[in-house]
Ligand binder design. Sequence first.
Ligand SMILES: Nc1ncnc2c1ncn2[C@@H]1O[C@H](COP(=O)(O)OP(=O)(O)OP(=O)(O)O)[C@@H](O)[C@H]1O
Length: 291
Amino acid sequence: MISVNITKRLDTSEGSLNACFELTITDGEFLTLFGPSGAGKTTLMRMIAGLEQPESGIIEVDGEVWFDSTKKINLTPQKRSVGFVFQDYALFPTMSVRENLLFAAETAEQRRSVDELIELVELSQLSERLPATLSGGQKQRVALARALVRHPKILLLDEPLSALDPTMRQKLQDELSLLHKRLGITTLLVSHDISETVKLSDRMASIELGKIIRVGDPLEFFSPHTLSTKLQLIGEVLKIEEDFPISVVTLLVGSSVVRTVLSNEEAHLLCVGKHAIISTKAFNPIVMPVE
Ligand SMILES: Nc1ncnc2c1ncn2[C@@H]1O[C@H](COP(=O)(O)OP(=O)(O)OP(=O)(O)O)[C@@H](O)[C@H]1O
């Protein structure tokens, strides 16, 4: 179990902010940190990894104290059992896929497990290639495998898929989900993506202005119970075109673009860039496979 109760002063563009994070994560859980830009998600991950120091508080993992401000305990990142995957892959450019993983290994046993990990992320054919010759999705698989080399207790994923195109992103989400089921490693993900959060997480923590404001089931979070509808989707508003007496609203739902007609009053409640619920109770949806 991971238990975090820490504070940190964040210097934001709007002034300083006293962040206070209290969170418990159970073994094997997949928890997503979800919230607006600048809320403190990355800083929380970096403090767990030991890359950033909290002002005060305690971080405890499986009964081992990683940080305790009153007892002046602060384990170095090397002493903390974490694997970190960043958005920009952070691979060593002059090392092959295999060498990138071998470099992370600390013991003979970990070195022996490198080929198995390469196979796990389906990169056996590319193991001697340099990162520059790989696609974004392949690079991120290397970063993921490298983060697993030391058999960490926690896997920290900071928006690992956000640089990928939607198709590759969905493919890697599926792979990440399978990998998590297979290895059962406690995982913390930072994501801005609702579908990704719902698809992957057991629970999500919603973070705003340096505070965890709610922790719970992502489906309950994103699907308010106030609507009794037959079909309910969440999309991002891309465009609102007013054409008296109606408005045409374009939304992104997953990787599909949906256009719908609303009254101008309804459209005025929406905002480009924000999320909106699309619902209907008039019919049963037709669901068909895409060829
Ligand atoms: N070491 C630090 N000391 C003080 N302030 C910091 C520190 N690191 C980051 N900040 C500030 O804290 C705020 C939160 O940053 P952080 O990167 O954690 O946000 P985030 O929620 O991950 O945002 P995004 O989704 O855009 O990545 C920012 O305003 C940042 O400038």
